[in-house]
Design a binder for this molecule. Structure first.
Ligand code: PMP
Length: 398
């Protein structure tokens, strides 16, 4: 049975983590990770989450099955975060939300549902994109192509290239867009550009699929949902996958959601019935613990305020690390423009380092980064910032 089974390629980031763990050098730093680390270099357990969790453990509730689409207390909370607590969308009943197994699971059930609705279409992801986007939509059965996005000469977005790509797509093409904190580049669209992209999707009859894995990591909860709100204003149907892995620091609990904006209550009812079939045949219904924690935190005004404060702390720390890295690089490599470090948003930065420079960082300094030159800014802290900046400057000087 297994004689002809080939060994699949190793996940590049997990491979990096293994190499890092095996490195004996005490000064080593892992910038390849995709998680938020605090100033101590640890994954935080948020105090708001801890309080909600302790209360839940005290209640000692039985563990029955959840509704297929997840509990209403959770899906309602997701909708208020994405679309705004006062959005008429919520009272109109036009939006469908289902709990997903993290943002990844939300993308996948969205992909599977779309395969039933528009089986012969093409999916477009940004160039570059989070590497799993391609895998997820290919696994759902779609051909996956890229649209122009990153401009290495500016460290920002090639907006003219992106618009030209959108204009050339066939009607009903699915366009995966990073709603904020683009992974891997950190290069985001501005407000006016989002409006143009939304209009281009209307004009081209495209199916927008917004992926929001980092809400609250750029400017704040509402500000980071600006892209979602622009699409809402157009009135066209669209998909949103969202995740609490990062902003609640609940990675291993796998809490995410898929939201689908439809044209009417009747459409929403039919779409939900199909989405439930997709879920039912995948994993039947979602796990309860992580989603209950999120719902409990968001339902309590006290815990919600505490969470927003904690999220703000993560956001401010990332910004401080960006500032610190930029200042140090500017001082060490005069004449080179490092403004992209603070212009990019979220956990990641595309440094422009070549694969050879990334290799030197690893072999000479024990600093691990992704071959593309992506570094995780949230892995920097006051103890390693000088060392990392000096090492990057040294490899840049050649
Ligand atoms: N989308 C993007 C753009 C991401 O960066 C990530 C996480 N790295 C995800 C989705 C998936 O998040 P989750 O861990 O919640 O599945």
């Amino acid at each position: 049975l297994f004689a002809a089974v080939e060994l699949a390629p190793r996940d590049p980031i997990l491979g990096l983590n293994e190499a890092f763990a095996a490195d004996p050098r005490p000064q080593k730093v892992n910038l390849g990770v995709g998680v938020y680390y605090d100033e101590e270099g640890r994954i935080p357990l948020l105090a708001s989450v801890k309080t909600a969790e302790e209360a839940r453990v005290r209640q000692a509730k039985p563990r029955g099955y959840q509704p297929i689409e997840g509990p209403a207390a959770y899906t309602g909370a997701v909708q208020r975060l994405l679309f705004g607590a006062n959005s008429p969308l919520l009272t109109e009943g036009r939006v469908v939300t289902a709990q997903g197994l993290g943002g990844t699971g939300a993308l996948r059930i969205g992909g599977d549902l779309l395969k039933r609705i528009v089986p012969d279409t093409t999916v477009y992801i940004s160039d570059p994109s989070w590497e799993n986007h391609r895998g997820i939509f290919e696994a759902a059965g779609f051909p996956v192509h890229t649209y122009r996005y990153y401009d290495p000469s500016t460290g920002g977005v090639d907006f003219a290239g992106m618009k030209a790509a959108l204009a050339a797509m066939a009607p009903r093409s699915i366009v995966v867009l990073h709603a904020c904190c683009h992974n891997p580049t950190g290069a985001d669209l501005g407000e006016a550009q989002w409006k143009e992209v939304a209009q281009a999707c209307v004009a081209g009859e495209l199916v927008p699929f917004l992926d929001m894995a980092y809400q609250g990591f750029a400017e704040g909860i509402d500000a980071d949902a600006a892209a979602v709100r622009h699409f809402l204003a157009t009135g066209i149907p669209f998909f949103v996958s969202s995740s609490f892995s990062k902003n609640f620091s609940l990675y291993g609990e796998r809490v995410g959601a898929l939201s689908i904006v439809t044209g009417s209550r009747d459409e929403a009812e039919r779409v939900l019935s199909q989405l439930k079939r997709v879920i039912r045949t995948n994993y039947s219904n979602p796990p309860s613990h992580g989603a209950a924690l999120v719902a409990d935190v968001l339902a309590s005004s006290e815990l919600r305020a505490q969470w927003e404060e904690e999220l703000g702390g993560m956001r401010r720390r990332i910004r401080a690390m960006r500032e610190g890295l930029r200042q140090r690089l500017e001082a060490a490599v005069p004449g080179k423009d490092f403004s992209f470090v603070t212009g990019q948003r979220g956990m990641f930065s595309y440094t422009g380092l070549t694969p050879e420079q990334v290799e030197r960082l690893k072999s000479e300094y024990g600093i691990y980064a992704v071959r593309s030159g992506r570094i995780c800014i949230a892995a920097l802290n006051a103890r390693n910032l000088d060392y990392v900046a000096e090492a990057i400057a040294a490899v840049l000087r050649g």
